[in-house]
Design a protein around this ligand. Sequence first.
Ligand code: UDX
Length: 468
Amino acid sequence: MKVAVVGAGYVGVVTGAGLAALGHTVVCVDLDPDKVKAIAAARAPFFEPGLDEVLARELAAGRLSAFTDLAASLAGSDISIIAVGTPSRAGGIDLADVRGAARAIGALLPSLGRYHVVVVKSTVVPSTTDTVVRQELESASGMDAGPDFGLAMNPEFLSEGRAVEDFTKPDRIVVGALDERTADAMEELYAGFDCPILRTSPRNAEMIKYAANTLFATLISFSNEIAGLCEAIPGLDEEVVMRGLRLDRRWWTPGDRGERVHPGALAYLRAGIGFGGSCFPKDLAAICGFAESRGVAMPVLGAVIEVNGMRASRVVDLLAKRLGPLRDKRVAVLGLAFKPETDDVRESPGVKIVNVLLGRGANVAVHDPIVRMEAVRAGLDGHVTQAKDPVEAASGADALVVATGWDPYRRLDWSRVASAMRTPIILDGRQIVDAARLPAGVTLINIGFGFENEARGAAQAAVSPGIA
Ligand code: UDX
């Protein structure tokens, strides 16, 4: 099929490249000529492992191209996919770009001279596709959705850092179509995938996206709430508590060889420094704002936001409990990206921790394998130095916080890091530091584990191995 993807942001480029890899002819369209140039040169306008390779392959095969001209991109196409941003705006989302894209596509529909399906991929609150987007398309085209053109909502489930794999090996595809003809066209688009396709209405598709993201955010805030109690009561250990929880048979199914197979979702049942990124915080705020506007209370999701909002200061409290007042203390923070394998710092919990530390008068040095200071400076409430490596960040530090679970931080030479520090106190905000690899004399502060009792290793050993 011939596909135009409108919006060359994260979702648009991954989707465009992925559809080209499925054999479709895809044009990525964006108003920004720099983005278009970058894609045409096989450079994604953001960091995403493996994506540049797919872009290069599909560009070379002639299945992928990038343009600023929407009319030329849409000519002869079967499907256009709206993948523009829906930024947060006062308790909701800003639909200006979605509306703009729908109007621009609508204006071109009459000239296409063939059946065309418009797909909303951007995350939008329930009823946006069949009201706002539909109206924009119909008024710009003078045509009727249904008889004259197709309309669908098709949410993305792409995790940053593993988006290429998420696209090429989807767990499910949700097609919220206005009618059967649209749904059939969408099934043809995804015919190369071997996964369940859930055909439903646009509204259910929109809600599935919010329900999915807010469920995972809920698991994280739940874990952090349990961790908060564990931190306050000597002898409690969140890690062991979560292991005990995972052993419940309702979480697992027997695998081919009779082994217990846990759903990957259980990874979210671990405490940490809170969630961030471009989706969870925004989607929670948007769905709560939407529910409120419709007079529906969402107390659970409200609490999920509240727990997450407190997380950075709770984590810094843990540090202060050991270190004393933080004024004029030097603290190293490892990790600015909101999670590993991405350079995205939107709503990054690491950045929030830096700000809490600054607010309490600490001097902060940061390190991140790929995020540069320029990307975060505007969001920082004070002066911070950026180190070229973790040892430099730790140099002279009174404490160090691991704020992103980058793989290189798992393999750090802790002897070098600790000997560079003034006092070797390490707070593992991501539960990635292997206590057995720490040199003698280091104080490891774990999330979900009161430091009065430092025998976390002993508590772990009491759990039979083999249950992740
Ligand atoms: C998410 C969804 O997972 C994806 O399906 C959706 O389409 C877009 O939003 P993403 O924002 O890339 O993707 O990140 P994800 O890996 O789900 O993590 C979100 C946040 O939760 C991050 O801050 C991450 O660090 C945090 N997290 C994740 C945890 O704190 N613990 C975990 O176990 C997993």
